[in-house]
Design a protein around this ligand. Structure first.
Ligand SMILES: O=C(O)[C@H](O)[C@@H](O)[C@H](O)[C@H](O)COP(=O)(O)O
Length: 323
């Protein structure tokens, strides 16, 4: 496991709890020491890692998308031995995966992209994974995905889904979406949808909150309890969801969400989703508007923007853009 931050560190721990052996590396020596303390084999560099890995080695890269992931995979490309497998479990752009898979294949290395959802809750709940790569490699990695995934848990089988002819992995919380790049493509669209859902809640709570505005006639003003509204919607309503659960948690802590400025960051995935919609000529009105709402949140802030920030903090520990 390369990259022992909020995601990589906890994924390594979940894998070890499931009986897997982990060689751990991060530029941050304290993170390596902490994981070694939990049972991982520490590595001091990517070179050192190679000596400690079995053959074929499985290099799971869990770093922020962009330059750091790119340079790490390039270095692994020189250190790895033919037959090794390189996994990018971050939020990389899918066209980068397609390019890297080709580049590594020339060295007889296998590349797998894993879109990983679940944030800081994944260690206990498991991680939902959307996987791209060649079938043989993805099948070989199955014990790893099986351990990381949530499993069927208490979610009842979808009525009409026939287990006889359906892929059992989907019910356990992971899919082999297709060739290299397809895992991150599916995850990218997941995140685009995430923006739209979050924005819908944010706007709804904003309208509720301002129902006591003096712009309204006095008898039409209501001083609504947002904390209780979030709570009641969790129970049997049509719009119950995990994002609503997280909103309810944030509002239970502070109904005014004072800890948030409302300047909402983004990883770029919302933008890539819109880019894909434009390339494919598919209308994506809501997703586009929700991306632009985030850009607007950095100029002036509504209460709804604070709701967005509270959700991002809730699922991923993500912080806002500093003011
Ligand atoms: O499924 C997940 O666990 C999330 O999607 C996660 O992968 C992503 O890091 C956040 O959504 C932040 O994304 P933004 O920074 O674009 O809000």
């Amino acid at each position: 496991m390369i990259g022992l931050g909020r995601m990589g560190g906890n994924m390594a721990r979940r894998l070890m709890a499931g009986g897997h052996e982990i060689v751990a590396y991060d530029r941050n020596e304290e993170a390596v020491a902490a994981l070694a303390n939990d049972g991982a084999i520490p590595a001091s560099s990517l070179d050192d890692m190679r000596d400690k890995l079995d053959t074929p080695a499985i290099w799971w890269v869990m770093l922020p998308a962009g330059d750091i992931t790119e340079s790490t995979i390039a270095t692994i490309g020189t250190d790895a031995k033919p037959g090794d497998i390189v996994i990018d479990g971050g939020n990389s752009f899918y066209k980068d995966d397609i390019r890297r898979a080709k580049m590594l294949a020339e060295k007889d290395l296998h590349y797998v992209d894993v879109g990983t959802s679940g944030g800081v809750w994944g260690k206990e709940r498991g991680y939902c994974m959307m996987i791209g790569g060649d079938k043989e490699t993805v099948d070989l990695l199955d014990p790893i995905f099986d351990t990381l995934a949530p499993g069927t848990g208490e979610i009842v089988r979808t009525p009409g889904r026939n287990p006889e002819n359906a892929d059992p992995r989907a019910e356990k919380g992971y899919i082999h979406a297709g060739p290299a790049g397809s895992g991150h493509f599916v995850k990218m669209i997941h995140n685009g949808i995430e923006y739209g859902l979050m924005q819908a809640y944010a706007e709804g709570f904003d309208i509720l909150k301002s129902k006591n505005t003096d712009k309204l006639p006095e008898e039409e003003r209501f001083d609504l309890n947002l904390t209780d509204i979030a709570e009641v919607w969790r129970r049997g309503s049509v719009i119950s969801s995990w994002l609503l659960d997280l909103t309810a948690i944030a509002l239970a802590k502070d109904g005014m969400l004072e800890q948030f400025s409302g300047s909402v960051a983004d990883s770029g995935e919302g933008q890539w989703t819109i880019d894909a919609a434009m390339e494919q000529k598919v209308p994506a009105n809501v997703l586009t508007a929700s991306l632009f709402a985030r850009y607007r949140s950095r100029i002036d802030h509504t209460f709804g923007d604070k709701v967005l920030s509270a959700m991002r903090y809730g699922f991923g520990g993500h912080v806002e853009i500093p003011q």
